[in-house]
Design a protein around this ligand. Structure first.
Ligand SMILES: NC(=O)C1=CN([C@@H]2O[C@H](COP(=O)(O)OP(=O)(O)OC[C@H]3O[C@@H](n4cnc5c(N)ncnc54)[C@H](OP(=O)(O)O)[C@@H]3O)[C@@H](O)[C@H]2O)[C@H](O)CC1
Ligand SMILES: [K+]
Length: 505
């Protein structure tokens, strides 16, 4: 699913009006209709306070107010009495609203004097994708007041004060519990500094031109279920373990054998033909007991100092590996022997980060899976996550690598600087060992001859889905990394069913 900028969304809006025999007013009616239906079906409130600006976001708000009133809700609308200038479609919808005697329209400055009844939901239709600069003092006071009220809060299209494309200059931003985003995800929803204001994001299809969407280029995408269904290949009927590749995980050290176990369990559950763990002797019993499906090769006593290289193996290196000087030497020598893509995580990345020259040793199309701190060690600090993404793009291109930047919405950055955001997963996955599982999953996919790009996309999606399945079983709080491989089976079954539904009648 493509992510467009605010400017591209505006162009899409205009193209739809010009080419699809639909007026801008009808589009607003459609958008408001989708929102009103969402409110009626999802929100328990009897009454709504709807705050409307002077542009088309406000226009959506006026139309939503009219529709919710007709559905039987108690509606109060708040506008700026000092500004009588409206966009044409907002003006028409305000006029229609004024014709309804049961809806009271107030100046938003009066809101703090009004009695707030429990069970009122607050709707923010003040500014949407046309917002720029900062808010006037009156609006800042309004947002501060609304943010202080205990209520269910919903933003239409974008929380007021946010920009669609990145950080905004606004001092204050409406804090929503839900954001009803029209047709598209916006980039700012996907980064922590801005996405935190959106609450849960719901994408409402308003029927913008599929032709425009198809022909318009972008370099940023959401990983949609249909993308993953296309990438996924069910297992062949006539196959054997050799068909599905050999994985070696170079992982674990004294006190961190669990990382190797988690990665191994994930790799066997992701369908690799044969999985071997290269780990120090101290992990032998526990590894063979906790994951008997995997073989083990000893690399030392309590940390790795002798790594075993063989042709035809797919390597995943780093979880719990440690950074002892012997391990560093062994790993760097090992890297020089490999000429096909590998997966690098955790301590493998920390060792590479010790010297910039090490980056040159990474085979082309390898996958690096840093969390933000590991990323900083590798490529330097950045002021915010938007800048970090730009740095990631530069380095993915420079070194010909895929960077899987782990976050709430993990970003995959390709050597061509394309960005894929993953939206599966949940905060329960912010727990030790979760990343080790991802390494196991991606390495197993790479061994099954998925390309690096496919392995990254399918891998992060599966990982997030497994997290969602595990949270359903165990809650986000009680979710532990070991649950994730156990959930993969249900996720694969679901994926396989949807894959066949898509490809058969
Ligand atoms: N996606 C679609 O196809 C549809 C979207 N709809 C809705 O339309 C808005 C976008 O509407 P737009 O009118 O372009 O923008 P806004 O409503 O967000 O705001 C524009 C007005 O606000 C003024 N503005 C901007 N920033 C500030 C500020 N900091 N302080 C005060 N006023 C501000 C702006 O003034 P200008 O000087 O820039 O002209 C405008 O007057 C989208 O978000 C959806 O909700 C359609 O309804 C359906 C189709
Ligand atoms: K809004």
């Amino acid at each position: 699913m493509k992510i467009f900028t605010a400017e591209q969304i505006r162009a899409c809006d205009q193209w739809t009006v010009q080419h699809e025999q639909v007026s801008s007013l009808m589009l607003m009616e459609k958008a408001a209709g989708r929102c009103a239906d969402w409110f009626a079906s999802q929100i328990k409130s009897e009454r709504f306070w709807i705050f409307c600006g002077n542009g088309n976001n406000g226009g959506d708000g006026f139309a939503i107010a009219r529709m919710l009133y007709r559905k039987g809700f108690d509606i109060d609308v708040f506008i700026d009495f000092k500004n009588p200038e409206y966009s044409e479609d907002a003006r028409i919808n305000l006029q229609k609203l004024k014709e309804i005697s049961g809806v009271d329209i107030h100046d938003f400055r009066q809101v703090s004097e009004m009695k707030f009844k429990q069970d009122t939901s607050i709707v923010d239709a003040i500014f949407g994708s046309g917002f720029h600069g900062s808010l006037s003092l009156d609006y800042q006071k309004l947002i501060a007041f609304l943010n202080s009220i205990q209520a269910n809060k919903v933003s239409i299209d974008i929380p007021t004060g946010l920009s669609a494309d990145g950080l905004s200059d606004s001092e204050s931003v409406f804090i929503a519990d839900h954001t009803l985003s029209l047709q598209f995800w916006k980039k700012s929803f996907l980064h922590p500094e801005t996405g935190n204001f959106c609450g849960k994001v719901h994408i409402l299809d308003i029927g913008l031109s599929p032709e425009f969407i198809q022909k318009t280029d972008t370099s940023q995408y959401i990983i949609s279920d249909s993308t993953v269904q296309k990438i996924y290949r069910p297992r062949e009927q006539f196959s054997h373990k050799g068909t599905y590749g050999k994985v070696h995980l170079i992982a674990g050290s004294y006190g961190k054998i669990g990382a190797a176990i988690l990665a191994a369990r994930a790799a066997v559950r992701t369908g690799a033909g044969l999985v071997t763990v290269q780990a120090p002797e101290c992990g032998f019993s526990i590894l063979q007991t906790a994951c008997p499906e995997a073989m083990m090769l000893s690399t030392g006593n309590i940390f790795s100092e002798n790594l075993h290289y063989e042709e035809g193996i797919t390597y995943g290196i780093g979880p719990g590996l440690g950074t002892e000087s012997e391990t560093q030497n062994a790993f760097l020598e090992f890297l020089k022997k490999i000429n096909k893509p590998i997966v690098l995580d955790a301590d493998a990345l920390n060792i590479i980060a010790l010297d910039n020259a090490h980056l040159e040793l990474i085979p082309k199309n390898s996958l690096l899976t840093p969390h933000p701190k590991e990323f900083e060690r590798l490529f330097g600090t950045s002021a915010n996550s938007f800048k970090r993404l730009e740095i990631a793009k530069e380095n993915a291109e420079k070194f010909g690598i895929f960077i899987v930047l782990k976050d709430r919405y993990t970003q995959i950055i390709t050597p061509k600087k394309t960005v894929y955001y993953n939206i599966t997963g949940n905060p329960g996955m912010a727990t030790g060992g979760s990343g080790d599982v991802l390494t196991g999953i991606i390495t197993a996919l790479l061994a099954q001859k998925y390309s690096s790009e496919e392995a990254a996309i399918l891998g992060v999606w599966l990982h997030g889905k497994a997290g969602d399945d595990a949270a359903k079983m165990n809650s986000e709080e009680a979710l532990i990394a070991g649950d994730l491989p156990e959930s993969l089976g249900r996720v694969f079954n679901e994926l396989k069913n949807s894959h066949y539904k898509k490809t058969t009648k």
